[in-house]
Design a protein around this ligand. Sequence first.
Ligand SMILES: Nc1ncnc2c1ncn2[C@@H]1O[C@H](COP(=O)(O)OP(=O)(O)O)[C@@H](O)[C@H]1O
Ligand SMILES: [Mg+2]
Length: 359
Amino acid sequence: MSNLLRQPVEVTYQDELAALKACDDKAKPVQWQLSPQAVVTYLMGGKTRDGVEISSKYIGNRRLIETAVATLATDRALLLLGVPGTAKSWVSEHLTAAISGDSTRIIQCTAGTDENQIRYGWNYAQLLAHGPSTDAIVPTPLFRAMQDGTLCRLEELTRMGSDVQDTLITVLSEKMMPIAELNDAVYAKAGFNVIATANNKDKGVNELSSALKRRFNVVVLPLPDDMDEEVQIVSRRVSEMGDKLGLPVPKNTLEEIQKVITIFRELRGGETLDGQTALKAPTGNLSTAEAIAVMVGSLSQANWFNQGKLSVEDVSSNLIGAIVKDPVQDKLVLEEYLETVLKKRKGYQQYYHGLNEQL
Ligand SMILES: Nc1ncnc2c1ncn2[C@@H]1O[C@H](COP(=O)(O)OP(=O)(O)O)[C@@H](O)[C@H]1O
Ligand SMILES: [Mg+2]
């Protein structure tokens, strides 16, 4: 086993990718490692023709993934949109791994990202010594993806300023990037495309200009629509992550996951699951990804401090941090939820006490 904390998914899942490739005789778009059908199987899971099991990476609507893959085979770029924690980055990483065999061409967009980090930079020693030349250019991941005909990922596209975002317009519509200093340009090779992710809820995001929006096909990744699906996502990821961190996963984990997801879904949705009681929603977004983090944190606490026994106290102390993001407002929301709902509900007494104790 490697001692790296995390490897790119094309390394972690190399056996699955190789198995899919070995029996993939369908037509492939130029430069693609797998056919579109095989890419969808890689994401959604299934069996190859040779009977090799492919795990499912994305749990949800297959059509969304088909649309995403189909978009990437056209000349339009793909924008995965959704609230935080809906697997946008996860899907983007797996798509680039399956299609280009390399998920590491990535630009993390922030408020501080400037044009040079999108287009190209300069090696200043070279620039000063010899003036502008191709050798003095420092290519960005986008630049290299254009040169090689692969996918490039842009994470959190809307976090960077609108003027910088618009640098992409020429790249996406003309498939070229001018290098004014050299009176030259890079022309994208077939196979080049962009997968961007953006979330539509957080603070500090900049609207996409409509000119740029037109260059993207938007696929919205939703929060899981039913309870079972969400429990399945969380238990799968928790056991995978538990495995990787060497944390045992006790038998009662599934039961606690079900309770945590119930609490998450009720608070997120602003009403109890039976629709009988209206609730106030906390300021955080209580995503599936946060439920995963709560459970992994609890397993770690159980392992190191509670002889491997997963107790409701452990889960509660992790849960509090996920629900109470604003110490005043969210505390009131949670107090009300505890008193009006959990106090009387069968099977939730320990949660009622555990959470109350730490509020
Ligand atoms: N529908 C889903 N299917 C599989 N995993 C999911 C799903 N929703 C959330 N996850 C998990 O949530 C975690 C966080 O997702 P991430 O891609 O970082 O979210 P985002 O980029 O949308 O904020 C990932 O580990 C992913 O496995
Ligand atoms: Mg993300």
